[in-house]
Ligand binder design. Structure first.
Ligand code: NAP
Ligand code: MG
Length: 398
């Protein structure tokens, strides 16, 4: 069999623990037999990040800037316990945070849907993609507890002092901010992503209550839409609309899915966890970082699945779900194929996704899905990760 060839390499960001094991297996069983795989490899495993004083993470992000498309394995974000476990020189920052800062991107999360694993909301038929603005607001807030009370003011650069509250007793205060630049990048990433995936875009905030802060978000989205995107949206047959977050929540539940929901930082944090759970499983949630100038980094939304890794190291076979990581690869390959006009590579990525879904729908799946699976006439069989990957490979080869 001749292998499918590639033009530009994908930026490959390897990671840690159980997902690192799965990563190698996906390449060996599902990719390398079919594709003459070209990647520029960066090892973001914690030992290598420590050895290079995290320079490898920065290099990988710069490679994505240069080449346009990356695929990333889950990585450990060190804490005190990991410092000890890996004997680290320093408590390195979250690689995702570092990459997001360099690419200035927005994270889009979408579930993989399979028949037999029904969303809790029965009318959801298509994925709902959440776009979370990952800058500012309460995540960069300044807070204080003022036990003695007193006059709280907001001092502006022009000297204006706005009264927040005259506190007569103990109380709490908080100051948050965002920037036009970051909101414009966020909006642009959302419009581009909606265009690229041909889905409607919704943006929601609370502008009725927050008449300056949230209103600024709404205005920036509207301005950018009118000046740069309206014509292209109309040509693509898709819509952009703004609605109050209360209304958005009600509409999302009643909808059948199939759209992108852009959320402010806190809303996106909370709503993405709700959607992941309601769609079935975090192990089926994919994630892509999109920069405003159209660079893409694909990954699974879950972490390195540490508990499974310790069992693996103890010699046990684990049943860790590789679906989100497979879809990170297929998503990246499809984007690469689109940019390099490689029809057979794109068709292969589609076949890989279809074979993965068909394997689950035939009743072969990892154990996390067994309890969720319900299809008349099909008995769910929980298998180990390798057997699951081999079943997909057999379908691809057949
Ligand atoms: P996690 O790795 O997502 O795993 C949490 C639990 O969810 C697992 O123990 C497992 O439950 C279940 N799970 C998640 N993914 C699964 C899969 N593919 N198949 C089967 N079950 C799955 O989160 P964590 O334990 O909080 O974090 C572990 C490490 O990952 C941390 O060091 C963290 O820094 C890192 N992390 C990285 C990323 C990233 O790189 N994007 C994101 C999040 C966390 P059971 O054990 O009950 O089976
Ligand atoms: Mg959250």
């Amino acid at each position: 069999m001749t292998k499918i060839s590639m033009k530009t390499p994908l930026v490959e960001l390897d990671g840690d623990e159980m997902t690192r094991i799965i990563w190698a297996d996906i390449k060996r069983l599902l990719l390398e037999p079919f594709i003459d795989l070209k990647t520029e490899y960066y090892d973001l495993g914690l030992p290598e990040r420590d050895k290079t004083s995290d320079a490898v993470t920065v290099k990988a992000a710069e490679a994505i800037k240069r080449l346009g498309v990356g695929v990333k394995c889950a990585t450990i974000t060190p804490n005190a316990q990991r410092m000890e476990e890996y004997k680290l020189k320093e408590m390195w920052k979250s690689p995702n945070g570092t990459i997001r800062t360099i690419l200035d991107g927005t994270v889009f999360r979408a579930p993989v849907l399979v028949n037999g694993v029904r969303p809790v909301v029965s009318n959801w038929k298509k994925p709902i993609t959440i776009a979370r603005h990952a800058y500012g607001d309460v995540y960069a807030g300044v807070e204080a507890y003022v036990p003695e009370g007193g006059r709280i003011e907001l001092v502006l650069p022009d000297g204006e002092r706005k009264l927040v509250k005259e506190l007569s007793g103990g109380g709490i205060v908080q100051a948050i901010h965002n920037t036009d630049k970051s909101i414009i990048s966020f909006a642009r990433s959302c419009f581009n992503y909606a265009l690229g995936t041909k889905q409607d875009l919704w943006f929601s905030a609370k502008d009725t209550i927050s008449k300056i802060y949230d209103h600024r978000f709404k205005d920036i989205f509207a301005l950018l839409y009118e000046s740069e995107f309206r014509v292209r949206f109309e040509e693509a047959g898709i819509q952009y609309f703004y609605t109050l977050i209360d209304d958005a929540v009600a509409r999302v539940i009643r909808s059948e899915g199939g759209f992108v929901w852009a959320c402010k930082n806190y809303d996106g944090d909370v709503m993405s966890d709700m959607l992941a759970t309601a769609f079935g499983s975090l192990a089926m949630m994919t994630s892509v970082l999109v920069s405003p100038d159209g660079k893409y980094e694909y990954e699974a939304a879950h972490g390195t699945v540490t508990r499974h890794f310790y069992r693996y190291m103890a010699g046990e076979q684990t049943s860790t779900n590789p679906v989100a990581t497979i879809f990170a690869w297929s998503g990246a390959l499809k984007k690469r194929a689109e940019l390099d006009s490689l029809a057979d590579l794109s068709a292969f990525a589609d076949r890989l996704e279809a074979a993965t879904i068909a394997t689950i729908e035939s009743g072969i799946m990892t154990k996390d899905l067994v309890g969720l699976f319900d299809m008349p006439g099909v008995a769910a069989k929980g298998v180990c990760t390798t057997d699951f990957l081999e079943a997909i490979a057999a379908r691809l080869a057949g």
